[in-house]
Design a protein around this ligand. Structure first.
Ligand SMILES: [Zn+2]
Length: 295
């Protein structure tokens, strides 16, 4: 995903300066767990921070992008920045991936600075992989740093979580998300609708814009509301869901459920919700709790 701006993004600046201070005082932890909603840019943030640590001539607290270390490895990045993620066609991060990580952490770093591992969607580690990682976390080698990134940190074993310094990536406000999106999208796209559809998670919103996902999401939600009011059939709804793809449809339902729960919990008027979601809100009979009555 090509962006017109590199991390730290505005909502990430506090977290960045915290890490920068730790780096300056040579107090970086061996392992971090960065949690936060999907689409808040955790992976880009950690990658940019790793590049900064490797950079030979940083511009204060960001990588220069021009030095030998910044250019080393080209598109795939510096060889001392090891990226682990769920491989294509797989559902899990596997033990083999963690074993080969442990092996490469034993070898000397190529730039002589540090070795930084980024584990994206760390909650996807299967049990064997998590156990193997635990060994690495228990016996850290010097100048090695591991960043676990996850929007479902509770799914990680407690033994792993307890060995990481925990950082929370905030979700920006609607105004912040819209301001950032305006710089990334075309004039034909509506930053407000995208931000709302993505729960103000800017990278998720951008993904929706670039994949045409917003239209698909609206089309599916419209069908769902039509179904509940008897204006379409189950077959037609399932047909559309099949056409859009299982993963996408589950994603839309998850986004909408999350949004509904947030609206319920924080007692917010549904005025900002897209029209189809407002209908869904009615259909789900989500009413604001008359809390004051009981006190
Ligand atoms: Zn550099």
């Amino acid at each position: 995903m090509k962006l017109k701006e590199q991390p730290p993004f505005p909502w990430q600046k506090t977290l960045w300066s915290n890490l920068y201070s730790q780096f300056q005082s040579q107090q970086l932890a061996h392992a971090y767990l960065i949690s936060g909603s999907r689409g808040t840019g955790k992976n880009l943030f950690a990658n940019a921070f790793a590049k900064f640590v490797m950079c030979l001539l940083p511009n204060k607290d960001v990588a220069c992008g021009k030095c030998k270390n910044c250019l080393l490895g080209g598109e795939s990045g510096h060889p001392d920045i090891i990226k682990i993620l769920v491989e294509e066609g797989s559902r899990d991060i596997k033990i083999e991936q963690i074993r080969s990580l442990s092996d490469s952490l034993m070898q000397t770093s190529q730039g002589g600075r540090a070795k930084i591992t980024l584990i994206a969607d760390a909650h996807h580690m299967n049990t064997a992989a998590a156990n193997a990682l635990l060994k690495t976390l228990e016996e850290p080698t010097s100048s090695t740093y591991i960043f676990l990134l996850s929007h479902l940190p509770g799914s990680l074993p407690a033994t792993i979580r307890s060995r990481c310094q925990k950082l929370i990536m905030p979700t920006p406000s609607n105004i912040e998300a819209v301001d950032w999106l305006k710089q990334q999208i075309t004039d034909q796209e509506d930053p407000q609708s995208l931000a709302i559809a993505a729960g103000n998670c800017p990278l998720l919103a951008l993904d929706l814009a670039r994949s045409g996902g917003l239209d698909n999401q609206q089309q599916f939600l419209q069908k769902l509301t039509q179904l509940t009011s008897g204006k379409t059939s189950i077959q037609a709804t399932v047909g559309l869901a099949t056409k859009l793809g299982e993963t996408e449809v589950i994603g839309y339902l998850r986004e909408v459920s999350t949004m509904l729960i947030k609206h319920l919990l924080i007692n917010q008027q549904p005025s900002e919700i897209e029209s189809h979601q407002a209908i869904l809100l009615e259909l789900f009979r989500v009413k604001r709790w008359p809390i004051n009555k009981y006190y």
